[in-house]
Design a protein around this ligand. Sequence first.
Ligand code: ARG
Length: 285
Amino acid sequence: MTVLDTRPAPIHAPEPRTRHYLMCAPTHFSVTYAINPWMDITNPVDVERARLQWEVLRNTYLSLGHRVDVVDPMPGQPDMVFAANGGLTVGGRAYGAKFRFAERAAEGAAYAAWLRQSGVTVVEPEHTNEGEGDFLALGTMILAGTGFRTSLAAHIEAADAVDRPVVSLELVDPRFYHLDVAIAVLDDGNGSAPAEIAYYPGAFSQHSQRTLRDLFPDAIICSESDALVLGLNAVSDGHHVILPAAAAELAEALRTRGYTPVPIDLDEYMKSGGSVKCCTMELHR
Ligand code: ARG
């Protein structure tokens, strides 16, 4: 007898690859100013809970076999915990960050110094850009966000700095002020499988939605409700996808594609508009 398996086949069998991450301990993390709609200075951070949540994230990466380095936190820089914003590093070259708001300006040099002393060539930015918050590296290109933080001119500068073509995408909803809260890279296309992403279309202009549809016809479409718990602010090693626990539908969609979702709770960081990916810079090979 033939039994028909009617489950949709995963598009590919995702393969994990060991990653190199940089994080910054939340020693000085708090919400003392408001530079995005998530931040409310009257909603205090539970410091101990934030510390534990960050440790869980770090230990999750380590237990999956990844390398995690840490940069020293700086007093007076409450957002420095969001390491993704410290630069864009690909193949031993980094494009340094130049923050949009004065409150975070000092972080740029701190991250550049760390990258330099670990052997990365850092290109000094002339234009405003917030590192991997707005630049997502794929095997063949960089997806770049603009509209709230990173300028369009920085997209061109980044392409030169890391020698990769850049695809510019326009963000239009202030709740999704960085690209890494609107798109999750699931497979970076650096292995045998093609690049795969998940995204929330409503975060993008009509033109950029069309670009994303053309480039990624098989992308996972994330619901507004999962995007609003920062479900797309996820980190994938090509197989395990570490994502905010509240994004249940997205986790289910990932499972269907053959990924292993690893839900974790980082809700203290949502008070600042961040989650898993924001707390993580990947040094892309
Ligand atoms: N409070 C920080 C800011 O507004 C959050 C940064 C989140 N980082 C990210 N990669 N999305 O700049």
